[in-house]
Design a protein around this ligand. Structure first.
Ligand SMILES: [Zn+2]
Length: 267
């Protein structure tokens, strides 16, 4: 019997590279023991599409929120009421991805911050995890997370972790989870590997962030949820934990943070 089960905790199945051949993408994921996927919202104008995908496939769950690079393009970037209402859907399991991205876009910094704070407020009031995107913005991110946490605790995932140690340990202090994408497997990612080697296994998740960031050895191709296995296998070697044991830990962590998936499965 094959006991290995991995959840791809962050992918973008509504993006054209994947959406146009979803049946195949999901079949290949399952062949590779990726049993469930969370497709992540980036712009609320596409939220109905994401919801419909997750209603069509039992293995797919979704989040509601606004990506920092979309904040200036999304009329509802700070619509607390809309996000909160949408999150009541039985397969909506998280808020985001929201955050700060100064790599692509510094002109909309204010909108990014406002959108992030609104989404954190919704995460707090719904007790759903906030999916955090942070790129080239660690100092501001730490300041916002610590300030918001003082307003009242909330759950969060630092997704596609590619920041420095300071943000990692700030996240752990706030009891957040840290999610590693294919970047972890890149030769250039020594600092990220060091963090992944040292933080508690109980706080680690894996994701693809597909269609981007395909892990080694398929780096450069269109990424898909099935490739989550490569990142998990890399982590198993990095941590020197046998793969079956690690996959169980990762699976349990995924259901701990996305507790609505667990509720759905227990039904
Ligand atoms: Zn993403």
């Amino acid at each position: 019997m094959n006991d290995i089960r991995i959840i791809d905790t962050h992918c973008h199945l509504d993006f054209n590279e994947l959406k146009t051949r979803l049946d195949e993408v999901i079949k290949d994921a399952k062949i590779n023991n990726v049993t469930d996927m969370v497709t992540i919202s980036t712009n609320l104008s596409r939220i109905d599409t994401i919801k419909e995908i997750s209603e069509h496939y039992k293995e797919i769950f979704f989040t509601v929120g606004v990506h920092p690079n979309e904040a200036h393009k999304d009329k509802q970037y700070d619509d607390h009421h809309f996000i909160e209402n949408y999150s009541k859907h039985e397969k909506c399991v998280g808020i985001g991805e929201g955050g700060l991205d100064y790599y692509y876009n510094m002109e909309n910094m204010k909108l990014q911050k406002r959108s992030l704070e609104v989404q954190i407020n919704v995460a707090r009031s719904t007790n759903l995890p906030m999916i955090i995107h942070s790129r080239e913005a660690d100092d501001d991110m730490i300041e916002i997370l610590e300030a918001e946490y003082k307003n009242g605790p909330f759950k969060a995932i630092l997704h596609c972790f590619s920041s420095g140690e300071e943000l990692a340990y700030c996240g752990l202090d706030l009891d957040f989870f840290i999610s590693f994408s294919g970047i972890l497997t890149f030769n250039s990612a020594k600092n990220i590997q060091k963090i992944a080697k040292n933080i508690p296994l109980s706080k680690i998740l894996v994701e693809t962030d597909s269609p981007y960031l395909a892990p080694s050895p398929v780096r450069g191709s269109v990424n898909e949820p099935k490739n989550c296995m490569h990142t998990a296998q890399f982590l198993s070697k990095l941590r020197n934990v046998n793969f079956l044991e690690l996959s169980k830990i990762l699976y349990d962590n995924s259901l701990t943070v996305y507790d609505k998936i667990k509720l759905w499965k227990d039904k």
